[in-house]
Design a binder for this molecule. Structure first.
Ligand SMILES: NC(=O)c1ccc[n+]([C@@H]2O[C@H](COP(=O)([O-])OP(=O)(O)OC[C@H]3O[C@@H](n4cnc5c(N)ncnc54)[C@H](O)[C@@H]3O)[C@@H](O)[C@H]2O)c1
Length: 367
C-alpha cells in the first residue's frame, strides 16, 4: 500500500499541473486512485510533458492566472478539494531577473491567493505549499540548510520564495488556528531532473534540445557539483507529507526539506557525459562546449539538510545517482528517438520502477 492509500477516491487540486513537476504529480496521483483537478494559466513550454502525455485527459483542466483571486476563489469553493498541492509559480532564476515583478507577484501573492481561498473552507482539507531550497538566506556555507535557518534572498527569485514561505507561516499562525479544518505544511526541495522538462535555462533540457539538433550543449560551469535528484523523489516526499499531515495534525504549520542522498553530488560534466552515453552520442566527452559566466546573479549551491523529514516522516530518497541518470537519459532518448510510440505507457514503467525500488527498501511511504 502506498501513502497509506489516503489519496484513493479523494479530490486533489494541483496548481501548476501543466508544468514539469505538476504533470508528473498528476500521473502519480492518478496511479494512487485520486480525482485530480488542475489549475494553471497555460502550458509553459513546447514541447511539454503535459501535451506529450495528454495529461489533460487525466484531470479536470482549469486555465486561470492565480493572480485572478475572484475566479480562483470560485474554483476552490466549488471544487471543495480534500487535498491541495500548490506548485504554480514562475520557477526560473534567469527569468526572475528579466521579469522581477511577475516573479514576485506569482510566487508571493499567488501563494497568498491560494491560502486566502482556503481560509473560508468549512470542510477538511490538507495542503502542501511547495516553495524551494532557494527560500533560505544563502550564507555560502557548504553544510546543509535546516528548516530553522534564516529565510531570505539576495536575488529576486530567492526573495520571491522566501516571501512565499513568510506568507505561508503568517497565514498558518493568523488564520489556520483553533481547529480550522485546513491543515498545511510547506515543502522545500532543490533542482530536480526528469523526463519531460523543456524549460529554458535548465541544464538537462538544454542538453537534449541541443543534441536533438546535432549540436553540442553549452555548459556554463562544467566542474560545479549539483545534487542531482529525480523529479519523483520530492514529489513522493510531498505526497508522503500530505498523507502524514492528513493523519497527524501536529505536523500542521511545519516546513520540511526534501533532498537527494549525499552521494548524488556529481559535476555538470559528469551528468552531461552520462546522459550523452545513454543518448547514444558517439563522443560523450565532445557532447558539450564550455562558456564562462553569463552574468547571472544566481546564488551559489545550496545543500539541504533533510534530517527533519527523516526523523518526523521517516522519509529519504529512493534512487542512487546511476538510477537517476538512467531514468532521465532513457526517457529523453525514448522520446526523441521514437523508441516507443506511447510515452504514457513508457512513463508508467518508470513510475513502476521507482515504486518497486522504494518497496524493496521498505521506505516508510510504501508500508
Ligand atoms: N523544477 C525544479 O527543479 C524546481 C526546483 C525547486 C522548486 N521548484 C518549484 O516547483 C514548482 C513547479 O516547478 P516546475 O519545474 O514544474 O515549473 P514549470 O514552469 O514547469 O511549471 C510551473 C507551473 O505553474 C503554472 N503557472 C505559472 N504562473 C502561473 C500563474 N500566474 N497562474 C497559474 N499558473 C501559473 C504554469 O502554468 C505551470 O503549470 C514551482 O513552485 C517551482 O518553484 C522547482
Amino acid at each position: 500500500m502506498l501513502f497509506k492509500d489516503v489519496y484513493r477516491g479523494k479530490k486533489v487540486l494541483v496548481t501548476g499541473h501543466t508544468g514539469f513537476k505538476g504533470s508528473w504529480l498528476v500521473l502519480l496521483l492518478k496511479k494512487l486512485g485520486a480525482h485530480v483537478v488542475g489549475v494553471s494559466d497555460c502550458v509553459p513550454t513546447t514541447p511539454s510533458m503535459f501535451e506529450a502525455l495528454k495529461i489533460n485527459e487525466l484531470c479536470k483542466d482549469y486555465r486561470l492566472d492565480i493572480l485572478n483571486y475572484p475566479e480562483l476563489n470560485i474554483i476552490f469553493q466549488n471544487e471543495k478539494p480534500d487535498f491541495i498541492f500548490h506548485m504554480a509559480a514562475q520557477p526560473i532564476v534567469a527569468t526572475s531577473q528579466s521579469e522581477p515583478l511577475r516573479t514576485l507577484s506569482v510566487n508571493a501573492m499567488g501563494t497568498a491567493h491560494v491560502l486566502e481561498a482556503m481560509r473560508s473552507f468549512k470542510h477538511a482539507c490538507t495542503g502542501v505549499v511547495i516553495t524551494s531550497d532557494k527560500c533560505y538566506e544563502n550564507v555560502e556555507w557548504e553544510w546543509g540548510y535546516k528548516e530553522t535557518d534564516a529565510l531570505g534572498g539576495k536575488d529576486i527569485y530567492s526573495a520571491s520564495k522566501a516571501a512565499a514561505e513568510h506568507i505561508f507561516h503568517s497565514y498558518v499562525r493568523t488564520f489556520f488556528v483553533n481547529n480550522h479544518p485546513v491543515k498545511l505544511c510547506s515543502a522545500r526541495a532543490g533542482n530536480v531532473i526528469g523526463g519531460g522538462d523543456w524549460a529554458q535555462y535548465r541544464i538537462v533540457a538544454d542538453m537534449v534540445r541541443s543534441w536533438s539538433e546535432d549540436k553540442t550543449v553549452v555548459l556554463r560551469s562544467p566542474n560545479s557539483t549539483r545534487p542531482w535528484q529525480h523529479v519523483m523523489e520530492p514529489l513522493c516526499g510531498y505526497l508522503h507529507l500530505g498523507a502524514e499531515l492528513y493523519a497527524r495534525e501536529k505536523l500542521h504549520g511545519e516546513s520540511f526539506n526534501f533532498g537527494p542522498r549525499a552521494e548524488q553530488n556529481k559535476t555538470v560534466k559528469d551528468i552531461c557525459e552520462n546522459l550523452a552515453r545513454i543518448w547514444g552520442h558517439k563522443n560523450p566527452s565532445g557532447s558539450y562546449s564550455v562558456v564562462e559566466n553569463l552574468n547571472l546573479k544566481e546564488a551559489g549551491l545550496l545543500k539541504l539538510n533533510c534530517d527533519k523529514a527523516l526523523f518526523h516522516l521517516g522519509w529519504q530518497a529512493t534512487l542512487n545517482y546511476q538510477e537517476t541518470a538512467q531514468l532521465v537519459g532513457e526517457w529523453y532518448a525514448t522520446y526523441y528517438q521514437k523508441k516507443e510510440t506511447n510515452m504514457m505507457d513508457y512513463t508508467d514503467k518508470q513510475i513502476n520502477f521507482y515504486f518497486d525500488s522504494a518497496k524493496k527498501q521498505n521506505l516508510t511511504w510504501t508500508v
